[in-house]
Structures are given as C-alpha cells and as structure tokens.
Design a protein around this ligand. Structure first.
Ligand code: ATP
Length: 243
C-alpha cells in the first residue's frame, strides 16, 4: 500500500499582487510533512510562514504548484469541496484560544461538529478532553480554567473530528512558560503516541525544540532543516538567517 505524506507542498509559489507591485511570499516551496511527525516552521518576519500555513491548509490557493492532503490534490477542488475537506481533515490552533465563554469545555469541543450539522458524539468529546488531560474539567467554563488549560481545550476541539493534520500558529504565544511547556509536550505526545501530524509556526526556538524537526524559511524559500535539535542549536540557526 502506498502511503502519502499528510501534507505535501509541491513547488508552491504564492505571489500577492498589490498596487505597490508583486510580493513573492512563497517561491517554489517543496516539502513533505510525513504522517505522525511534529514539525516547527521558523523564519524571520515576512519570510512566508503564515502564508505557508494558509496555503497548506487550503485557506489560500497557491499561484503555482500544488498542495496535497493525504495524497489528494487541493488544486482541482471546488470551494465547497475544499471547505468540506478542511472541516474533516484539518484543524487549527491559534495563539488566542477562541473559546466561547458561555459554553463548558465539553460544549466548546463539540461546537465544530454542531456547526457542521453533525450529531455530537459525547464519548468522542470525552475522549478528546481525555487526550489533553482535561477529562475532569469537562463541565468547567473557560473562565474557570488556566490559560494552558484553555489552550488544551482548543486542542481537544481541534482533535475531536480526528483531522489528518493539526496546524498551529504560535499556540504558546500567550502562555507562561509552564503552561506553554504542557501544551508543547501535549503536541509532541499526540504525534509520538497517536500518530497525529502537527505543523506549528513559532518564533520561539524553545517551542520548536519540542518538535521532531524544524523547517527554516527565508524570503519565501525553505533554506534549511534541523532534526532533533535543541533550543540553542535552533536559536543559532535563526540568528544566522537574521544576520
Ligand atoms: N494579503 C497580502 N497581500 C500582500 N502581501 C502580503 C499579504 N500577506 C502577506 N504578504 C506579504 O508576504 C510576505 C510573507 O508574509 P507572511 O505573513 O507569510 O510572513 P511571516 O513569516 O508569517 O511573517 P511574521 O513572522 O511577521 O508573521 C511578506 O512580505 C508579507 O508582507
């Protein structure tokens, strides 16, 4: 059986056209994010990290090249098919947790299913909260949880529909060090123990050191990769890029 990478970027270019001229946010990026891996994406400001995440997740379309999720090319898909694919195969975690204050942790986890018009499977919700270590807090509202716990609820919500890949954009940006560490350990264990694919944009070398590998972008291109590096090695590679 052929196994496809969870996410494949094949010669992806994204050019923004504005009155000021063209901006080449991504220039021919080719990279396979293999299943069950946790990858950090780093690079100087404006290097194309957010664009890469948006294009990989089908939120934005490449100007040239192709993106495949689990082997399926996004290019030929209609907007409706793409939206469906995003709902079922991908999930996002952002710096701000975007939880609804009036709902319990469990109801926040169930919300995307409800919005998609699906029947809410209470066992699956409990399972997702258990995966992030919050089974006991299912009935609490966001205000009754710490920042780290709220981010873990957001991750449970992302995992609830069993996505092919979890995209995270600065998921620990708003957390103190101890809560950030919990969230990063969780993302790592999701890939190590549950085979989840995680792609995380970060500015923090310490956060990146929790991933299996770090991909470095500069000026819209992949300029390097470090596997199983520590925070000092990652910080040194970043300083080289920022010189
Ligand atoms: N909608 C847009 N229109 C025009 N240019 C854009 C648009 N979005 C991004 N860009 C440009 O594309 C380049 C890459 O931007 P992107 O946001 O992907 O970088 P980034 O690495 O995520 O930056 P940061 O670390 O500052 O968030 C930048 O030069 C940016 O100004």
């Amino acid at each position: 059986m052929t196994t496809f990478p969870a996410v494949l970027l094949d010669g992806v270019t994204r050019t923004y056209r504005s009155r000021a001229g063209e901006v080449h946010a991504l220039r021919g990026v080719t990279h396979a994010f293999e299943r069950g891996t946790f990858t950090a994406v780093m690079g100087p400001s404006g290097s194309g990290k957010s664009t890469l995440l948006q294009v990989a997740a089908g939120l934005d379309r490449p100007t040239r090249g192709d993106v495949r999720i689990g082997g399926k090319p996004l290019g030929p898909m209609s907007q409706t098919a793409l939206t469906r694919m995003r709902r079922t195969s991908m999930a996002f975690v952002f710096q701000s947790y975007n939880l609804l204050d009036a709902l319990s942790a469990a109801d926040n986890v169930a919300l995307p299913a409800r919005l998609a018009g699906r029947r809410v499977d209470r066992d699956a919700v409990r399972h997702a909260l258990g995966q992030v270590g919050l089974a006991e807090q299912a009935r609490r509202r966001p205000a009754e949880l710490s920042g780290g716990q709220q981010q873990r609820v957001a991750i449970a919500r992302a995992l609830h529909l069993q996505p092919e890949v979890l995209f995270a954009d600065e998921p620990t940006g708003a957390l103190d060090r101890a809560s950030g560490r919990q969230v990063l350990q969780l993302l790592r264990s999701l890939s190590d123990e549950q085979g989840q694919t995680v792609v995380m944009v970060t500015h923090d070398p310490l956060a990146a050191s929790y991933a299996h590998g770090t991909l470095f972008l500069a000026d819209g291109q992949v300029v390097g990769r470090l596997d199983r590096a520590d925070a000092n090695q990652i910080a040194a590679a970043m300083s080289e890029l920022e010189r």
